[in-house]
Write a protein that binds this ligand. Sequence first.
Ligand code: NAD
Length: 294
Amino acid sequence: MSTIAFIGLGNMGGPMAANLVKAGHAVRGADLSAASREAAAAQGVSVAENAADIVAEADVIITMLPNGKLVLGVWEQILPLAKPGALFIDSSTIDVASARKAHDMAAAAGMTALDAPVSGGVGGAAAGTLTFMVGGAKDAFDAGRPVLDIMGGKIVHCGDAGAGQAAKICNNMILGVSMIGVCEAFAMGEKLGLSHQALFDVASTSSGQCWSITSYCPVPGPVPTSPANNDYKPGFAVDLMLKDLKLSQEAASASGAATPLGAAAAALYERFAAAGFGGADFSGIINFLRDGKH
Ligand code: NAD
């Protein structure tokens, strides 16, 4: 049993911390929001408002925060307070440059570190089936793996510092682009008199096959569990997709990668969010495309 400090007990961090408690670890959690602290306390997390109050005894320190600036601010505050050699794991989705800076800060303070963003959403966090994409040294990965195994179903070591964040934004750029492509095809199929089911039956088993069709079909009917069957309630909200697409575009311009479709997807989701749909599921962009408001 380890002592684990968990900072950021929101929609994702709350259930992730709860799974660590269920596995028998002593978990101390911090969050600025009283509501998040109360929900985590009800799951057996011993809570505090400030991260600085929970890290001194911790073997592993996990952050699950909204952005890179917050992660760097919190790490700067707590690195001097942690036990020498403690393992810092950031599971937030943040920019690659900040992730690499966090690794450097940890190394300078005598700590080990991993960037370990996730996919799988709130459902995966609650079920302990998240996919972790991990960047950092092999020995840090081996040390962190038993803890990640509790919260995740699949743990992939992607490479050195920042490689986890790089994998996350590359994957989500594929998702944003592929969802728009699938939506365009279903909307055009409607104009051509093609039924949703016929297009699904062909495309889900042909060369157009992808997750956006087979698991998350953006029209009601063919995949009963997809948000299209539930009035496009998330699921995976447009604001989160837009965040990830913007991170992908920052990384593209910093690295000189050509991502014209990633840029187009970011621009479309930006317009969809600005039209008031930031809280809707990202597959709802089919309605925006169909209405010709893009
Ligand atoms: P959230 O807003 O629900 O939770 C973030 C929590 O951090 C909040 O409770 C907030 O009060 C707390 N916080 C902010 N600053 C703090 C500080 N200085 N000290 C302590 N607590 C602080 O967000 P979330 O949905 O849990 O997402 C967390 C991260 O996971 C984000 O980076 C997001 O992109 C990523 N992510 C989210 C999902 C999803 O489906 N929600 C999926 C994959 C990845």
